[in-house]
Design a protein around this ligand. Structure first.
Ligand SMILES: [Zn+2]
Length: 487
């Protein structure tokens, strides 16, 4: 069932379909109140230095059906991890990926409707001493679930992404937090009746916080919350509706907490008490898993497209997509599509190289590609962005120019303005040389006439900019691009 991701794989042409219906928010099961109280009492309530970051290792399990369809797309995994770290960054907790992502083919786990199937998935695949995150289509009809104080969680791929707090919420559960409405799970409050003193065996928290140490989630810095259904917050990130506590005192529910069921716009914070509980859980209940040392060099990823450049043209029969090498990148992920929203793919693959040869595209079409650099710690801003290009009319350039027939030097320069271009076996008599920056803005151009078909060399003065420059050479209807770095 489990396999390591190969370095270079081709993907299904269509990765994911819409879910069709809105799932419930979270299927994390409640634990008995006595058990929860004992868990909270085991917290050592240590104080943490404000500048100490705890680094938590994750194992990413991406689940598809039996045929390997439906994997959550890698760019979306990166966006979701970027969001997870952004949500926890103010609290000095950061997550990194230990080891390769695990791809699992199992329809039974991909779309699972019972906890027992989920537990089966966890037991068969969990990597010890890491937090195991399974991305599936359907985690028991909800957006996700995690057992309170556990090493695993199931996440619905339609509830992740940069605009969604599901992962942060489920991580809170795995790190021992219950919902802020602890006890109300599965029970919708009836505002026409008095609010009971207990609900499902849990003491109901009062509006004046007088019982905050014995009620609900036991945190005194999370105000009372009775709302176990998805709700949209109103003015001041509070509920529009007013509720009554067991003493008849009125209040509005605060929607800011990640562990509430308010919508994603509101859920933006953890309380100090919750953060201390999560850190206690990491350092004691899960002792030995986390580290205070950054697991990798934390260089920011910065990647740029080299070829084709924005609005460039290529030979549809064969051309190379190239990008800049990123220090610390473990691999690169390329997507090529006829559609700017990448709803379908012509090519989708991983590689450790910085170029891929693409063959047999349709002529006279617009295409789009992105390249994302992957590593185990930096998840944000890791993509080239969407690069649009065109394919030439087929047959217009009958003599296919080999990339090796042109050599430009130096590829790295400090001050000089001139570059040299060598041509081998180029029979066309006129060649256009254009210079672009990485944004696709043209910096200059020169024409060259070639007289010797075997070999010629031309020295050109071009206004190179500091950083990366792209030299595009047009021969007939074909283009070849090379990069020059000026320091
Ligand atoms: Zn939950």
């Amino acid at each position: 069932m489990k396999k390591l991701i190969p370095v270079f794989i081709f993907w299904q042409l269509v990765i994911s379909q819409g879910f069709g219906q809105t799932p419930d928010i979270c299927a994390t099961p409640n634990i008995p109140f006595a058990e929860y109280k004992a868990l909270r009492q085991s917290d050592l309530r240590l104080e943490f230095r404000a500048d100490t970051i705890i680094y938590v290792p994750l194992t990413i399990h991406i689940v598809g059906d039996d045929e390997g369809n439906g994997y959550y797309e890698p760019q979306n995994v990166m966006n979701s991890l970027c969001r997870l770290n952004a949500d926890y960054e103010p609290y000095k907790i950061q997550f990194y990926v230990r080891g390769d992502w695990h791809y699992i083919n199992s329809s039974r786990w991909y779309d699972h409707d019972t906890y027992s199937k989920g537990q089966e998935m966890f037991s068969a695949n969990n990597v010890p001493r890491t937090m195991n995150c399974y991305i599936v289509k359907n985690p028991k009809g909800a957006c996700g679930y995690a057992y309170i104080n556990s090493y695993n969680m199931a996440l619905g791929k339609n509830c992740l992404g940069s605009g969604n707090s599901t992962w942060s919420h489920e991580m809170g559960h795995a790190l021992s937090l219950p919902h802020t409405f602890n006890g109300w799970e599965g029970t919708t409050i009836n505002t026409s009746n008095p609010t009971p003193a207990t609900i499902n065996g849990h003491e109901v928290e009062k509006a004046d916080s007088s019982n905050c140490t014995t009620a609900a989630d036991l945190f005194c810095d999370t105000p009372p919350d009775y709302l176990s259904f998805r709700w949209n917050c109103s003015t001041g990130m509070q509920s529009a509706t007013t509720y009554r506590d067991p003493n008849g005192r009125t209040f509005k529910v605060d929607g800011k907490n990640f562990m509430s069921y308010s919508d994603d716009v509101c859920a933006t914070i953890f309380s100090t008490g919750q953060v201390n509980a999560m850190k206690n859980n990491l350092l004691f209940a899960k002792a030995g898993m986390s580290t205070f040392e950054p697991p990798y060099e934390l260089d920011t990823i910065s990647i740029a497209a080299v070829n084709p450049i924005l609005n460039g043209s290529v030979n549809p029969d064969s051309f190379a997509i190239q990008w800049t090498k990123v220090p610390n990148a473990s691999k690169y992920y390329l997507r090529l599509s006829k559609f700017s929203d990448f709803i379908t793919f012509d090519t989708i693959l991983f590689t450790q190289d910085t170029s891929v040869v693409i063959k047999k595209l349709l002529p006279s079409r617009r295409y789009y590609y992105t390249v994302t650099a992957l590593n185990n710690f930096s998840f944000c801003n890791s993509s080239t962005g969407v690069i649009r290009f065109n394919t030439n009319t087929l047959g217009a350039g009958s003599n296919i120019v080999n990339d090796l027939d042109i050599n430009i030097f130096p590829s790295l320069t400090t001050g000089q303005k001139s570059i040299s271009i060598e041509f081998f076996n180029i029979k066309n008599t006129s060649v256009l040389v254009e210079l672009f920056n990485p944004l696709g803005i043209k910096l200059g151009e020169k024409s060259i006439d070639i007289f010797n078909p075997e070999y010629s060399i031309s020295e050109l003065n071009l206004p190179l900019e500091t950083g990366m420059n792209i030299v595009r050479i047009k021969i007939g209807n074909q283009y070849i691009s090379k990069k020059i770095i000026k320091l």
